[in-house]
Design a protein around this ligand. Sequence first.
Ligand code: 9MR
Length: 349
Amino acid sequence: MPSRRSLLLGAAGLMASGCRASAQPDTAVPPLKSIAPYRVGTCAMTGQLDDPAWTRLALEHYNQITPEWEMKMEYILTPDGYRFDAPDRIADWCEAHGMALHGTTLVWYSQGEEAFRGLSPVDYRQQFDRYIAAVAGRYAGKVRGWDVINEAVAEDGNGLRQHHWAQNLGELDHMVRAFEQAKLADPDAVLFINDYNLENNPKKGATFLKLVERLLNAGAPVGGIGTQSHLDIEIPEGQISAFIHEAAQFGLPLHISELDASRRREGGPPDVRSVSFRTTQQFDRIAELTTAYSRLPEHKRYGLTLWGVRDTDSWLRRPPHDDGKDSPLAFDAFERPTAVARALAESWT
Ligand code: 9MR
């Protein structure tokens, strides 16, 4: 009798036996939100709200939305003032469909530099506060939480990133200030610090958790820890669960905030691993993450968000990453569940 795992692997198992997965009937998964013991989210852009296939899948499987980019400074802050049409539309859509909303991101090292260039120190500080007050205030009562600070840790995990917010307002102080302003604007939202490669790179994970500690010691109202979880499927077994365990020591809610897992290896020598091997690696790492996360006490589980609905919606299927074949998300271009969906389903049932 086949094991539950081999049934759930479905397409990967078929590929291993030489069949083309796309020619085979899929292994169905129940609506993910009906089996997840916490909120399960996806990201959205306004264009997708008009796509019936996208909305059907989103409404069937997810119960929380993070705007993919239209709630960021790059969209809201224009030379003519703040622009709220797109984020308002997403917020209204969430309300109309009983979806929770998670906001990302108030302060990101990669944004705002041009708009803030040339301001006097006093104006710079005022505009920083004003932006957070306006944006977090507008969605107060509508969002469950905010990524207040995104991607503060240096790429290699060696200290913090250098950028205009840090230069003008202080390396740690700009973060403390952002959390304080967000708290004033929306006292009920869970305020997150969010970053990536925390499981993939243990050094970066450790620097990030040290930063959480420093912020809490400085009195910043950090209310949650976000790990983006763009997983590297080649990391050793145990590394993901070790990070989740470490992060949970603070007692704060954790958000798996942008989950996906590329089957590609970027750079290096040609990748000769078979698709079935990579799919099994992907299945195992996702299952490790969700199993470790599901074991946390309820108050530490804010939810798990996938960074897109179908593979073709993923940032990993856009230049410069796209090879036309990657399957980092829970549904493929034909809306069929992938190994990612089956890994989630297995750890939730
Ligand atoms: O997927 C997002 C893409 O559509 C945006 O153009 C980009 C810039 O806003 O951000 C992408 O999402 C990123 C997220 O906000 C932070 N972690 C990495 C994500 C992928 O680049």
